[in-house]
Design a protein around this ligand. Structure first.
Ligand SMILES: [Cu+2]
Length: 302
């Protein structure tokens, strides 16, 4: 399908939104003006006696039944048409899986490439399968008028098409716990060529890959790398430091060595750093090789 002739989600939603908004505005202004005119015109000082005794008006009643009915039917028709556009995925759409977890997003492409940001090519529709690892999240992309709940155990999707390169915000729209406000990322719209290059790039091992793993597994939703306060303790200066923890309910000072890091990643509830809530989830999809890379990365942060 030629992208020029493809109706985007924005094209589908904006005219409906503006006409509903316009109809509401016209009613608000019309009703308010009539109300004010009547308040003045029929004030007791101007009209001390009841002005008339109206029994009814056939045609007036026909008008106020038929006009509003047509208005709400038109609202339904255009609303439905927009909904159908949002739910009808173009045939050539590029599939991407969005995985939501407390409290981060990651995106998986057909060739296995994963990314903490949603990279898309310009002019090509993208269909995003929505998967949640834990609780109900919301995939919210205001720039493309797209918002859909991400419910664990439920198949769901959204689609959109970007018409020019750029960066747009991607939010979680359902309050999903302490780190909800940190559950933000971006959609990066690239030219077709730049997108193909990015898609076929293999992530390099080492420090950069360690950082990618952090983003992929959502560590950075709760832990900062620069000492900034967050939901969980910062990673800055963690390795080799002495940490006050609660182990089996007893306070204890431990050395943050490799053993401690491995245990804290694999079994987050084994020891809880003092002053922080015991809310870190286990990561069953973290391989042993990736675990070692994460530990190495944390050592480098020292
Ligand atoms: Cu969320």
């Amino acid at each position: 399908m030629d992208p020029k002739h493809l109706q985007s989600t924005t094209d589908a939603i904006d005219p409906i939104f503006m006409s509903l908004f316009g109809a509401c505005l016209a009613l608000l202004v019309g009703i308010t003006v009539v109300m004010l005119v009547f308040v003045v015109r029929y004030h007791k000082s101007r009209a001390p006696q009841p002005t008339s005794q109206v029994e009814g008006s056939f045609w007036l009643e026909v008008v106020w039944v038929v006009l509003p009915s047509m208005l709400v039917l038109a609202m339904f028709y255009y609303g439905w048409a927009g909904y159908v556009t949002l739910r009808t995925v173009p045939k050539n759409a590029l599939p991407v899986t969005a995985t939501a977890r407390m409290w981060s997003w990651d995106f998986t492409y057909a060739n296995g490439r994963t990314s903490p940001k949603l990279y898309v090519p310009v002019g090509k529709p993208v269909v995003v399968e929505l998967v949640s690892k834990d609780v109900i999240h919301g995939f919210y992309l205001p720039a493309f008028r797209v918002k859909r709940d991400v419910v664990p155990g439920m198949k769901n999707h959204v689609w959109f098409v970007a018409d020019k390169p750029g960066t747009h915000d991607l939010f979680c729209s359902q309050y999903c716990g302490t780190g909800h406000s940190a559950m933000i990322t971006t959609v990066e719209v690239l030219s077709e060529e730049a997108f193909e290059n990015w898609l076929n790039q293999t992530p390099v091992k080492g420090v950069r890959h360690g950082r990618e793993l952090m983003e992929k597994h959502g560590c950075l939703g709760c832990h900062s790398l620069d000492g900034a306060p967050a939901v969980g303790p910062t990673f800055k200066g963690l390795f080799g430091s002495r940490v006050r923890v609660l182990k089996d309910g007893k306070p204890l000072t431990v050395l943050a060595d490799e053993v401690y890091l491995r245990e804290s990643i694999r079994q987050p509830s084994a020891s809880i750093v003092e002053g922080f809530p015991a809310i870190m989830p286990v990561a069953p999809d973290l391989s042993d090789a990736d675990l070692e890379e994460l530990v190495e990365y944390l050592e480098d942060l020292k």
